[in-house]
Design a binder for this molecule. Structure first.
Ligand SMILES: [Zn+2]
Length: 350
């Protein structure tokens, strides 16, 4: 017999893979194992909804839980949105998904599966990942949290004293990856180079291009001429493969790779200071592949985080320099499913 302990579940839907996680009413994760399945977007919106419900059902079964315990569900889905729960044109989903009211459809499907209405909260993946990380680092405090997570793009979120993300009136709040970097401050020869291109189409030198995988080929174009004997100078590998080799090269002390990641750290640190002028957070959490404990050495992670801290420090106010913490993320791929479940919990409690 299962206990009647209340639970909140989180669906983290990427363009290709959907994951399900959950928490108890005190916020502690039910499991560190996410249930994973294909998002199946090519089969249409009904198939996506069926997959999300199947994920919840499977998670309940695997953890010996029942629908009667579910008090709320959260969903993390990449934006942009037209309005709350309604998708706009998304880079990685079919055109036919534009205008899809996923909140209404998922609510109806959850109600059918549970035999009663289930409260559903939705938000974009970066915001909800921030909610998950913030709950961990702030503990019992009311500290506000800025999350910056460089991956293929730059995930950014600001979590307020209530634990909720800043979403903005147009659901474009904290799209902070597309703010420009002050190139004259960044230096390293990049002040003389043309502004890096960004996937968003802006040409003003978005921080995303200077701090994530997306900009690595442009770093190579700019900095490789300084290293004429370098293996990559004569390699016939694709620009993408060359870029993806850099993290491994840096772990082995490759000077070019280290210069690139030092510059990424410096760019991100300047951006931390830039955002601190507007947000004044208590804690800054750095996520992404350069602090991944399975792919990087402790020395490399330390060097990266110190690079961020040292670049931010001169531009901060004294009280921020003294008290604002810059720490690595700890939840890894759990963050968005757990964050989605937390938003469901906070919404029901409010
Ligand atoms: Zn951009």
């Amino acid at each position: 017999m299962t206990t009647a302990r209340d639970i909140y579940l989180g669906t983290d839907s990427g363009a290709t893979t959907s994951k399900t996680g959950g928490i108890y009413a005190d916020g502690t994760p039910i499991s560190t194992q996410l249930r994973q399945s294909s998002t199946n977007s090519q089969a249409g919106t009904a198939a996506v909804i069926a997959g999300w419900v199947e994920g919840v059902q499977g998670f309940l079964t695997e953890n010996h839980l029942s629908w009667s315990q579910v008090r709320g569900v959260g969903l993390a889905l990449p934006g942009p949105y037209q309005s709350y729960g309604v998708l706009a044109k998304s880079a990685n989903l079919p055109e036919s998904f534009i205008g899809w009211n996923f909140h209404a459809d998922y609510s109806a499907a959850l109600a059918q599966a549970a035999g009663r209405p289930i409260a559903l909260s939705v938000g974009n993946d970066g915001d909800l990942g921030g909610v998950g990380e913030a709950a961990r680092v702030r503990g019992d405090s009311k500290a506000t949290v800025l999350l910056l997570a460089p991956g293929s793009g730059l995930g950014a979120a600001y979590i307020d004293a209530k634990g909720l993300p800043l979403t903005g009136d147009q659901f474009a709040g904290m799209e902070a990856g597309h703010m420009p970097v002050p190139l004259h401050v960044l230096g390293h020869g990049l002040d003389k180079a043309p502004a890096f291109r960004c996937g968003c189409g802006r040409t003003w030198g978005c921080i995303e291009a200077y701090s994530t995988i997306s900009g690595l080929p442009q770093y190579l174009d700019t900095l490789l001429p300084k290293y004429p004997g370098h293996e990559l100078a004569t390699s016939t590998d694709t620009p993408k493969h060359k870029a993806l080799s850099l993290r491994g090269r840096a772990q082995k002390g490759d000077a070019l790779a280290l210069e690139i990641f030092d510059t990424q750290a410096r760019a991100l640190g300047i951006h931390v200071a830039n955002l601190a002028m507007a947000l004044d957070p208590g804690i800054v959490v750095i996520g992404g592949g350069l602090i991944d404990t399975e792919s990087t050495t402790p020395e490399f992670r330390q060097r990266y985080l110190d690079g961020i801290r040292n670049a931010a420090a001169p531009f901060l106010f004294p009280a921020q320099r003294e008290r604002m913490k810059i720490v690595p993320a700890t939840l890894g791929e759990l963050s968005q499913a757990i964050g989605a479940a937390l938003v469901a919990l906070y919404s029901v409690k409010a």
